[in-house]
Ligand binder design. Structure first.
Ligand code: TXA
Ligand code: MG
Length: 351
């Protein structure tokens, strides 16, 4: 399949190109587009064939439901059968924005889109290109992250091209995504909110609007029979680079010493080593391929660069990655959630 790539900037949108992208969606085709979190792979959420094509293009298991993107708050009632008061308050406060609400679905959402569940995940993205595409399509757009299943989510058009070129109809290039991690997901389908995936709308921001929030027990542990994640996607090994990652916890100096010890040892055994470091520490690692994820003074930079640093290690062909760890507060909870999943929860203490 020919994949057309079109560059757009939010400041100057090419109406003709967006119109063509919307036509592709309406006719059952697939268009990758930028959101403020990561790029999405969009298809008509109300068309079962489009949903099937999305699973096929990504190589994704079809029991893993898709997020349905809308452009106006009034569309909530078209697709959700029951909207608890707290869910509505969150939507009013943080939409458009990086937050997804799981609600009981209406009959408009086909089973293919919802992965056979009786619920639907809804989100109104904050990117103007995404919003305009949804409006022009005159439907809701089902869009998982625009990566091949198992690879890190795409935060720029090069990542989308790497994974999906030749597999979809069009890619809209809107530059790098602002946040770099996927949306926060809260499940309201059983009335009370439960956090299924941490994101840029962090716990404190949620607490300010609806008070303390429950957490899916599967969120901080490797999946097994006992902790069956409520977001089916959380059970798959996600965001994973090809190399094995080990996260090193502890005091700064101890972490640096431990990583240097392990990196030197493994290099002598003939391994290619990647080190995920910060601006503050990068110069202190003499061995291996050192990638700077961002600055500890600026947690947004760390979220923003995580997935591209992981992809970078793949390109450089490293066998093992040693990573510093980050405090689990604010956006740090989402960063550590993705990093731990990428590492298959492999972490050690430095002392
Ligand atoms: O930021 C985002 O959310 C990005 C952009 C493109 O909007 N999308 C995204 O989609 O991350 P995806 O498919 O990569 O992740 C969606 C997650 C999966 O873990 C899936 O299992 C979960 O949402 N999910 C979707 N529908 C659900 C439902 N009805 N109940 C529980 N979890 C659901
Ligand atoms: Mg994804």
């Amino acid at each position: 399949m020919e994949t057309e790539i079109i560059s757009l900037s939010p400041a100057c949108m090419d109406g003709e190109a967006l119109g063509r992208a919307a036509k592709i969606i309406r006719e059952g085709g697939l268009v990758a587009f930028p959101t403020e979190t990561v790029y999405g792979l969009g298809g008509d959420a109300l068309n079962a064939d489009s949903a099937r094509k999305i699973y096929a293009a990504k190589g994704r298991p079809s029991d893993n439901p898709l997020i349905v993107h809308i452009a106006s708050l009034s569309d909530l009632n078209l697709y959700a059968r029951e909207v608890p008061g707290q869910a509505l308050e969150l939507a009013r406060t943080y939409w458009p924005g990086p937050m997804t609400l799981v609600l009981k679905k209406t009959g408009r959402i086909p089973d293919e889109t919802s992965g056979g569940l009786d619920t639907v995940a809804l989100r109104m993205p904050a990117n103007p290109i995404a919003l305009e595409l949804i409006r022009l399509s005159q439907t809701a757009i089902a869009a998982p992250s625009a990566n091949l299943s198992g690879r890190p989510s795409p935060t720029c058009v090069e990542h989308v091209r790497e994974d999906l070129f030749g597999r979809i109809d069009m890619i809209l290039d809107g530059g790098g995504t602002a946040i770099g991690l996927e949306s926060t997901i809260i499940d309201f389908s059983e009335g009370e909110g439960v956090l299924l995936r941490p994101g840029a709308i962090d716990r404190e921001m949620l607490r300010r609007v609806i008070g303390e929030l429950k957490t899916d027990p599967a969120l901080h542990a490797p999946p097994d029979e006992k902790t069956r994640p409520r977001a089916p996607g959380m059970k798959y090994r996600h965001y994973a680079p090809k190399a094995e990652i080990t996260i090193v916890n502890g005091e700064r100096e101890a972490v640096i010493a431990k990583i240097n010890f392990l990196a030197e040892r493994d290099m002598l055994r003939g391994k290619r080593i990647g080190i995920l470091a910060t601006k503050e520490t990068a110069a202190l690692y003499p061995f291996g391929i050192v990638s700077v994820i961002g600055s500890r003074e600026d947690e947004k930079s760390i979220a923003h660069n995580l997935f591209s640093v992981l992809r970078g290690f793949d390109e450089k062909g490293v066998d093992l990655i040693y990573s510093e760890s980050f405090a689990q507060k604010g956006l740090g909870e989402a960063v550590m959630n993705r990093l731990l999943k990428a590492a298959s929860y492999r972490s050690i203490e430095a002392r």
